[in-house]
Design a protein around this ligand. Structure first.
Ligand SMILES: [Zn+2]
Length: 340
């Protein structure tokens, strides 16, 4: 089978690997069809300080495919079923797993495409409990965006920030994979959405997604505009995944008692915050990482009901380097898909 493998620092290659064996008891074998790229894949080949990685490593943290074979005792799936996969090797029996808080598993064996081999390969065997059916009418291309782009956002907005109808939310980087989904989910709930983008062409596209106000952070200070738009009150929720110098600005635009939820630090992982501001304003800052299997099911239901992902571009596997270059270019608006 073909696989996209990290073979050395910053070096990805399309390689031939042996097919996996027939699926064992409780396992299914999936033929991968579409892989959605993430900054995780880019960080991967830049090498992240905190990740213990053994090379070579198959990349790909989010994908869709079709059941190719089922192991003994598997009754939930049959060959040809369209599926997506949960992206972490959870244990399935710790308290967190039993309660459906999969991303807090106490014995997690690693994140696919990050610590352990990922989904960018022709075939993969997985325990059937980590496999989620794709509803009727959802394409494999769109389904590939459910585990991370949709699942992460669903977990941030609803499990963590507990976003409510009628609230005002600031979504950072509305043109990013998760930013574009956050705009759609918050609008579907009946929220007022303010978003930031890095250029004017993206502003039009963010408006088309439903954003009520779009701020070009390259030409305007988002703090000033957001405070003006909310009559100096601030927003209920900030959807953060950028970090760096903007993080304090995000706190500044929160209403007293407001919630900030974050899942990323592409602009820098270390910030200084003012603790007096934190407790006096009664801010709630929440870290969020990944999603539960339930979040992915809910995401697929939303896609089936018409909340389609924004697809920036699609590439054949042989052209994967163009896809990664586009992701890194920051011209990207929505998701980049590589087809197997
Ligand atoms: Zn567990």
């Amino acid at each position: 089978m073909r696989a996209l493998q990290l073979i050395a620092d910053r070096k990805l290659e399309l390689v031939e690997l042996p097919d996996p064996p027939s699926p064992a008891d409780g396992e299914v074998q999936i033929g991968i069809k579409s892989v959605a790229l993430n900054h995780l894949d880019l960080w991967g080949f830049r090498g992240m300080a905190f990740a213990k990685r053994k090379l070579p490593l198959v990349v790909g943290a989010e994908a869709s495919g079709e059941i190719a074979a089922v192991g003994p005792s598997v009754t939930a799936f049959k060959p040809g079923d369209k599926v997506v996969m949960y992206g972490a090797m959870t244990c399935g029996h710790c308290p967190a797993c039993r309660e459906g808080r999969d991303n807090l598993c106490e014995n997690v064996g690693g994140i696919m495409g990050f610590h352990i081999d990922g989904f960018a390969r022709g075939l993969i065997n997985l325990p059937a409990r980590l496999v989620i059916p794709v509803p009727e009418g959802v394409s494999l291309r769109d389904a590939a965006c459910a585990p991370i782009a949709f699942g992460t956002t669903e977990h941030m907005l609803f499990d963590n920030a507990k976003l409510k109808p009628g609230e005002t939310i600031l979504v950072h980087a509305g043109g990013s994979g998760i930013g574009s989904v956050a705009i759609k989910m918050a609008k579907a709930l009946g929220c007022t959405v303010i978003t930031t983008v890095g250029d004017d062409s993206k502003a039009e596209r963010a408006k088309a997604l439903g954003a009520d106000h779009v701020i070009n952070y390259k030409t305007d200070r988002f703090e000033t505009i957001t405070r003006k738009l909310t009559g100096k009150k601030g927003v209920d929720v900030v959807f953060e995944h950028v970090g760096g110098e903007g993080f304090n600005g995000s706190l500044l635009v929160l209403k007293r008692g407001g919630r900030l939820v974050t899942c990323g630090s592409t602009a820098g992982p270390t910030v200084t915050i003012n603790l007096m501001q934190l407790f006096q304003q009664q801010y709630k800052i929440m870290g969020s990482f990944g999603a539960s299997i339930r979040n992915i099911r809910d995401s697929l239901s939303k896609i089936a009901a018409g909340m389609s992902p924004i697809i920036d571009s699609e590439f054949a596997l042989a052209d994967f380097e163009q896809g990664l270059a586009r992701l890194e270019s920051r011209q990207v608006f929505g998701k980049i898909i590589v087809h197997f």
